[in-house]
Design a protein around this ligand. Structure first.
Ligand code: AMP
Length: 263
């Protein structure tokens, strides 16, 4: 039977459910504090789902937060959020101040005793610096940054064929993971749609944006000894096996490191 370390997920809090993040029950072997890193379409979302299940940690995706905000009716959006939607639709990065404000509002996730998984954040060096300053202030440290790497041509093929369920958010692909009935989700019967930022024009912009703004983060985290580079080709299960292998090695090296020496 799975040990109940923490009964609820922080994520549910911003999904407007009544669930909250509760203190740990029992001793968890390791509360991982991780960042998922890699170009759009590299498969971070799928790995995040696997990791969330396996490690029982909070998953905070800034892209999901923005999409949740986009689905709200316009009058309930703050001016900053309404402006952020424009950036998102064009495939550009939302300004750092808006992103940080949104992440900061989910401080419970960053402090969750079960650990967390940041997905799509940080995306720029200033965002990484804000996160680091915040964590240091709270006496916390990142355990690793999982950097998924894949050739650009494969990314374009993955993104342009991606379809998402508008109800349960399950992800399909027209070539590699087609639904049994075209346009209908196998899991819940919801309608499948192509994300606006998965249109070819937005994809090119997003990859350019990634190259310019986000790739320097690889160096940033490499210098801090936090970068865990992973080959993201192959099936999601293969990639996940590589991920767990890398985390196992990381766990062993962290347990040999005195706590005061952690970044
Ligand atoms: P994603 O699903 O992570 O690819 O995010 C979708 C879109 O949300 C991005 O193309 C950006 O417009 C916006 N976004 C998400 N996270 C961030 C971030 N950390 N910084 C700036 N913009 C972001």
């Amino acid at each position: 039977m799975k040990t109940d370390y923490r009964t609820k997920n922080c994520r549910a809090k911003w999904d407007n459910s009544a669930d909250t993040c509760l203190p740990l029950r029992g001793q968890k072997p390791r509360a991982w504090r991780l960042v998922l890193f890699g170009a759009p379409g590299v498969g971070k979302g799928t790995q995040a789902e696997f990791l969330k299940q396996r490690l029982d940690i909070c998953h905070l995706s800034t892209g999901d937060l923005f999409r949740a905000a986009a689905s709200q009716n316009g009058s309930s959006q703050s001016p900053a959020m309404a402006e952020a939607m424009g950036y998102m639709r064009r495939g550009e990065l939302v300004p750092d101040s808006t992103v940080w404000q949104m992440v900061r509002e989910r401080g419970d996730c960053l402090q969750c005793a079960a650990g967390f998984l940041l997905d799509g954040f940080p995306r720029t060096v200033p965002q990484a610096e804000q996160l680091q300053a915040y964590m240091e202030g709270e006496g916390l440290a990142l355990d690793g940054v999982l950097d998924y790497e894949i050739p650009m041509a494969e990314i374009i093929a993955r993104l342009s064929g991606r379809r998402v369920c508008e109800k349960c958010k399950a992800v399909f692909h027209i070539t590699w993971r087609p639904s049994s009935t075209e346009g209908i989700c196998d899991d819940c019967g919801g309608r499948l749609y192509q994300r606006e930022d998965d249109q070819p024009k937005s994809i090119v912009t997003r990859l350019e944006v990634y190259r310019h703004s986000t790739a320097p983060l690889v160096e940033y985290y490499k210098e801090q000894g936090l970068l865990l580079s992973l080959d993201a080709t192959g099936s999601p299960e293969d990639i996940f096996a590589r991920t767990m292998h890398s985390l196992q090695a990381r766990s062993e090296s962290l347990s040999k490191q005195p706590a005061g020496e952690r970044v």
